[in-house]
Design a protein around this ligand. Structure first.
Ligand SMILES: [Zn+2]
Length: 237
């Protein structure tokens, strides 16, 4: 290989390496996106809270209903005693009447309370229903999105394997010393070890080459580097 051919091969290798880098970055982005949408997590948390509140609301409703039932039973029992004629003693009768009055008042209060609790449970039910609906919608949307992400992920993996085997093939034609130099330079020079010469200047840093530098890039038996940015110069015409 002539020096210009080596520079050309390194430039091609660099194009390939840059594509690989972009690809790996996209793979990372796709992998992150597949972790799940943050909106989905938020809606899931909201749905769980709404369900929890609904459970407490329903429990409170049940307890209020039990209390009301128990009160009703006690009232029925006392009323039966009162109207059965079994209690004759006026003083005892009076106490019993008082007790029935007290229980009736308590029943009224308990009924009001139970109604309030039932109203509250009803609105909690409505909130929980709406939260579940939003979550379901988001899950459907996410299902579609993640399906396309999975397709993209597989495409990227395939392309990466292609590029990697192409790279292995390409780098096998380049001398190991030069390849090592190229790899080391890429690490310290923002991934760009090779710079094209365009309009007599280094494409990377725009410094203009002198006629003798240009001459050397075209004809020297050694790779030439830019006097300003230090990158290997590649002249393709
Ligand atoms: Zn330069």
């Amino acid at each position: 290989m002539s020096t210009t051919q080596i520079a050309a091969a390194l430039f091609q290798l660099q194009q390939l390496d840059l594509e690989l880098e972009r690809l790996v970055a996209e793979q990372q982005a796709v992998a992150n996106a597949l972790q799940g949408s943050s909106n989905l997590q938020k809606l899931r948390a909201e749905r769980n809270i709404a369900q929890q509140q609904l459970r407490s609301g329903l429990q409170a409703q049940k307890e209020a209903e039990w209390a009301l039932e128990e009160l009703g039973n006690r009232l029925k029992m006392q009323e039966q005693r009162l109207y059965s004629g079994a209690v004759q003693n006026p003083k005892e009768l009076y106490t019993l009447q008082q007790e029935v009055q007290r229980l009736l008042a308590q029943q009224n209060r308990q009924e009001d309370m139970a109604l309030e609790i039932m109203d509250a449970a009803e609105s909690l039910q409505e909130i929980a229903r709406r939260k579940a609906e939003s979550l379901e919608q988001e899950e459907r949307a996410w299902g579609e999105e993640s399906a396309s992400l999975i397709v993209r992920r597989d495409q990227l993996e395939l392309r990466k394997q292609e590029l990697q085997s192409k790279r292995a093939q390409m780098s096998s034609t380049i001398e190991p010393d030069i390849l090592n130099r190229y790899d080391a330079m890429r690490r310290t020079k923002q991934g760009r070890a090779v710079s094209k010469v365009e309009q007599n200047s280094c494409q990377w840093c725009r410094v203009i080459l002198t006629p003798s530098e240009l001459q050397r890039v075209r004809t020297s038996s050694e790779l030439q580097t830019c006097t300003n940015c230090g990158r290997i110069l590649y002249y393709d015409r």
